[in-house]
Design a protein around this ligand. Structure first.
Ligand code: HEC
Length: 78
């Protein structure tokens, strides 16, 4: 797997799962495959818990990234 690439279709699912790692409960529950996608594509660098690794890879659970929640809810609500 090329590092960090995901399809347009998978991106909102991954983002949704990232929100749950940050302790938020998305309005629309994440699809079941979301955690698998995150762990497979992103977890190798950002850690399976999203908290980053060794200071090199950013912590994805920081609150400033969470403004995207609205967009995710909108994109999952088909
Ligand atoms: C090959 C390792 C690698 C993979 C795989 C990877 N990332 Fe990253 N990511 C990084 C690094 C390194 C940075 C920091 C880049 C920088 O600061 O310029 C980063 C930055 C980010 C940031 C910005 C964080 C901030 O605080 O600015 C987000 C969000 C992010 N990645 C999400 C993801 C998601 C979602 C995935 C899976 C689709 C993913 N990354 C996969 C290495 C990776």
């Amino acid at each position: 797997m090329e590092g960090g690439f995901s399809s347009e279709e998978d991106a909102p699912k991954i983002a949704c799962y990232t929100l749950t790692l940050a302790g938020y409960t998305p309005t629309t529950p994440c699809p079941t495959e979301a955690s698998m996608l995150y762990t497979g594509i992103c977890g190798g660098c950002h850690g399976d818990d999203g908290k980053g690794l060794g200071g090199t890879y950013p912590d994805l659970t920081q609150k400033h990234l969470l403004g995207i929640q609205k967009q995710i809810d909108a994109s999952l609500a088909h």
